[in-house]
Design a protein around this ligand. Structure first.
Ligand code: HEM
Ligand SMILES: *[C@@H]1O[C@H](CO)[C@@H](O)[C@H](O)[C@H]1NC(C)=O
Length: 413
């Protein structure tokens, strides 16, 4: 199933573009040159990065507004984490804590996560609200959570992001290993980083290169991890975020490259990698925001519809990304579950790329697919999912048949 024509993409996203700042369209429409150019870009663009043309139609760059000052004396200079500071599987959050955009101890409130992600890298406020609230519900105290492992009782509660395998943390991550293959899910693997660079020739990491690297990782994990599991939420939405966030949030922006350009040096800083290609080494927990770095345009936050468009595009190129299921305890034994059975007939594998189905499916599964969730704590998430579900005009999922997932040892454990 290929998903390449622009009209289809547009068709799929029309209901979502309401979230888009309308002045951008007006400005574009009033300037025939810009309008013609945007139209042309839109027609030409296909593949993994296609959503850029739709969500960033007019090139915008404002050095003053987009500069993120982490220099000496800025109050946000880099400081390596101390022995009691918690770091985990997310390089973005680790870096924020290392620069004091989040508490340096690695335990923060929902509000602090929302402020940091929206202000430092331009995450859309609704996406930030959803991700942060889910963190607090599945990994934390309900209002705060650890970006790594279990915090000491004096600091907070919950098992943290690292302890959230299959609830939040997923398999086939870019630079982190699979939990049941390596015994940890948060340490940066220099060899995986090397593979990412090898998949991105020419000095720059792009949406296209990240998407092929993801396909490669997905395949390798099927072939080598007996417990590989691609969950309905973690596999379908968290795994792609782990790839698209690299380009959408870590790229440097400029007049010449308003949609962002991600050089090897910039990504090395964000992932705390030293050395040159062929001899990379990883420094755990020492992720840093590069000096002299410019975030995405303020008018173009990376909001839920934009993210979903990236997810849909990647799945159009690699339909296997949407295969919910896992290996059966041996390598190369991947078995899928029938989405129709899993969702009581509400969703179908064949329709997932149409309209808002993919977002509807995965967001609703985020709150349902795990039995040990405390429903009381999940209420805020259920509310948020409810909001999203009505924004996206989703068919309502009543219940997920969790028994179907229990055949997978990577889910059961
Ligand atoms: C509140 C907001 C956020 C939450 C809850 C969150 C959570 C997570 C989680 C649970 C993972 C592990 C996923 C996996 O197992 O593959 C992860 C990975 C990742 N996150 Fe975040 N994150 C957030 C914000 C960000 C931001 C702002 C960035 C970029 C600046 C970012 C970049 C990444 C990347 C690149 C990975 C993949 C790491 C790798 O395996 O190489 N995240 N995040
Ligand atoms: C970002 O791009 C600008 C303009 O090209 C450049 O001056 C700056 O050094 C770049 N920043 C990084 C971290 O590469």
């Amino acid at each position: 199933m290929k998903f390449t024509t622009t009209p289809t993409l547009l068709g799929a996203l029309v209901p979502l573009t309401a979230a888009f700042p309308s002045w951008v369209f007006e400005e574009a429409a009033n300037d025939p040159q810009i309008a013609a150019r945007a139209d042309e870009i839109l027609k030409r663009q296909e593949g993994a990065g296609a959503a850029t043309a739709l969500f960033e139609p007019v090139p915008i760059f404002d050095a003053e507004k987009q500069f993120v000052d982490v220099s000496e004396g800025s109050g946000h200079e880099y400081q390596a984490p101390g022995p009691d500071d918690i770091r985990g599987p997310c390089p973005g959050l680790n870096a924020f804590a290392n620069h004091g955009f989040l508490p340096r101890n690695g335990y923060a409130t929902i509000t602090q996560y929302i402020e940091a992600t929206t202000q430092v890298v331009g995450m859309g406020p609704n996406l930030a609200l959803f991700l942060s609230t889910l963190g607090a519900a599945v990994d934390g105290s309900g209002t705060a959570w650890s970006m790594g492992g279990t915090p000491p009782a004096s600091v907070g509660s919950g098992n943290g992001l690292s302890g959230s395998h299959n609830k939040y943390e997923s398999d086939a991550s870019p630079t982190r290993p699979d939990l049941y293959q390596d015994g940890n899910n948060y340490k940066t693997q220099a060899d995986q980083f090397q593979e990412l660079i090898d998949a991105s020739p020419g000095g720059f990491v792009t949406m296209e290169s990240l998407t092929s690297f993801r396909a490669q990782r997905f395949n390798t994990q099927k072939e080598t991890n007996p417990y590989f599991f691609n969950g309905p939420f973690t596999g379908v939405l968290v795994q792609p975020a782990a790839y698209t966030f690299i380009y959408r949030f870590m790229a440097n922006h400029s007049e010449e490259a308003p949609a962002g350009e991600l050089s090897y040096d910039v990504i090395k800083s964000w992932f705390a990698i030293d050395g040159e290609s062929g001899s990379y080494t990883a420094n755990q927990g020492q992720e840093r925001i590069p000096e002299n770095w410019y975030k995405r345009a303020i008018a173009y936050p990376y909001e839920t519809p934009y993210f979903l468009a990236d997810v849909v595009n990647a799945a159009g190129l690699h339909p296997e990304f949407l295969d919910v299921g896992g290996n059966l305890g041996t390598t190369d034994s991947f078995t899928g579950v029938d989405i129709n059975d899993l969702t009581g007939g509400i969703f179908n594998a064949g329709d997932l790329l149409q309209g808002n189905n993919l977002g509807c499916f995965a967001f609703q599964l985020s709150a349902q697919a795990k039995p040990d969730l405390l429903l009381g704590l999940l209420n805020p998430v259920t509310d948020l999912v409810g909001d999203l579900v009505s924004q996206l005009s989703c068919p309502k999922l009543r219940q997920a048949d969790e028994d179907l997932l229990k055949q997978f040892p990577g889910y059961r454990q």
